[in-house]
Design a binder for this molecule. Sequence first.
Ligand SMILES: *Cc1c(COP(=O)(O)O)cnc(C)c1O
Length: 494
Amino acid sequence: MAYRPFYPVKIPLSPTFDTDTGDLPLDEYRARAKELVDWIAEYLGHPERYPVLPPLHPGETRAALAAEPPDDAEPLARILDDFNREIVPRLTHWNHPGFLAYFANTASVPGILGEMLATALNTNAMLWRTGPAAAELEQLTTDWVRQLIGLQPGWFGVITDLASTSTLYALAAAREADPALDIRRKGLAGRDLPALRVYCSDQAHSSVHKAAMTLGIGSDNVVNVESDAEFRMIPAALDAAISRDRAAGHRPIAVVGVLGTTSSTSVDPLAAIADICEREHLWFHVDAAYAGVAGAVPELRHHFDGVDRADSLVVNPHKWLFTPMDCSVFLVRRPEPLKRAFSLVASYLETAEQDAVVNYMDYGFQLGHRFRALKLWMVLRAFGARGIAARIRHHCALAAEFAGWVRAEPGWTIEAPHPFSVVCFRHGAGEDDATVNARNAAILDRVNTSGEVFLSHTVLKGRYVIRVAVGNLRTERKHLHRAWMLLKEAAASV
Ligand SMILES: *Cc1c(COP(=O)(O)O)cnc(C)c1O
């Protein structure tokens, strides 16, 4: 007997409602989708139509939209109209070539198409059998990323949403690496356990602390090891901190080394850290969220010395690998501790093949697993390793040229080495730090009100610096040049 839907048959919710399926009719889908494909092409083709950072007050968007959900179905045309009028102009445009803040990134054409298809398929690869090709494509693409960035074979890959999650997984696995602690079962509180200690430099990302907070390790047990004048962890300081902690009865479990810090993109001495981790039997996690992709460029591979001795590594294709949000690749040497940390198979999730396949629910705290591998696979194929390397190299060259302008201009200084595509700099010298810091904050504010470019800042050892990050495929020399003109104008007037 043919399937007969029982619900909307007699309730015409809208003239366009499909009474057979409950969804909108496919003719409507085709018509709107074609418009949206053109809309996206227009958007990508004219990214400067909107200010990159719109001048807004908090609450404006919400006030412009209906406060209550609609009782009756609304036509898509009206919804899209509101999207165009009320939403798009009130967004900060990450795909704008003048976006030079944080880590600039790109939703590229193959990535957008991959995301469209993943959405239509709505695959949930929590188990191998709920998405066989998705699960296997994830193993394949994470191994492609491993090869792309020049790592030796022998890693297991999981795609998570964000580097914050990947680093949380690394520390969860490190916590479980010694089964004798049995934290998974007994927890950390109310028992006789030493403090678990995690080490990273004072330049490491806040996600290390957040992971420690979440995992019950506690942020006070993340030891911020001192960094040198070029913002790299000092191995002797790491050594000393570990000895001190052991003498105090603490239990060191992991070190996070950073390949490309968030503030200045400095690279910790990974080989020296690997030596210490091996000697001390500590989990070594490498946070390469942004700069990991630089491994695709042979002349940048020297930054990766020691990475192959890590226990785990994270690199975000949604940062510098032209893949739309979100997509974080977590590579782990031995998947067993990760599985020990997270696997819990409810009876309704048991399958006959479970010992022969990868069920991604076993390698994280979430059950559902989005099909992120599809867009990544499409990006990697559509650009190719050589194409990716050329783009990364070009971004580094643009950043180096920008740094050259800054260096040559009296009154301006480069504030950190720039091994990749990010430059930290500031204006003014000879005054006290507080004055110079305030002046640079004012310069940045003024430049960002232009709507033409968006820059961000950081603080390096107490010094407020402005940051320019190149990472969008459509950013050209002229955008950097415009940013530089705006910076010089602002410096002359604040
Ligand atoms: C951006 C960044 C992160 C956090 O990335 P999310 O994917 O937003 O969680 C972590 N570490 C480093 C070094 C980063 O640059």
